[in-house]
Design a binder for this molecule. Structure first.
Ligand SMILES: [Zn+2]
Length: 77
């Protein structure tokens, strides 16, 4: 059964379409399609917050489709 999942941003009530996961070893944040099951290490995000996500200093963001394949954002220090 598919549950209704919302963006994990506290003030946001939009439906989640993406899941953000952290790779702490590699300092990488990965945004991909909403994971089929709720990932305890992941954060569900709506389209707006997934697109606007900024990596902390020293981290990079990997975006999977539908953001035109995988590419790396420039570091956003
Ligand atoms: Zn949101």
């Amino acid at each position: 059964m598919v549950e209704d999942r919302l963006c994990s941003k506290v003030t946001c009530k939009r439906p989640a379409h993406f899941t953000l996961t952290y790779d702490y070893d590699g300092c990488v944040m990965a945004i991909g399609p909403l994971s089929p099951v709720s990932d305890p290490h992941g954060y569900d995000l709506c389209e707006l917050h997934a697109e606007n996500l900024k990596a902390p200093s020293g981290w990079q963001v990997l975006r999977h489709s539908p953001f035109a394949g995988i590419d790396e954002d420039a570091l956003d220090a």
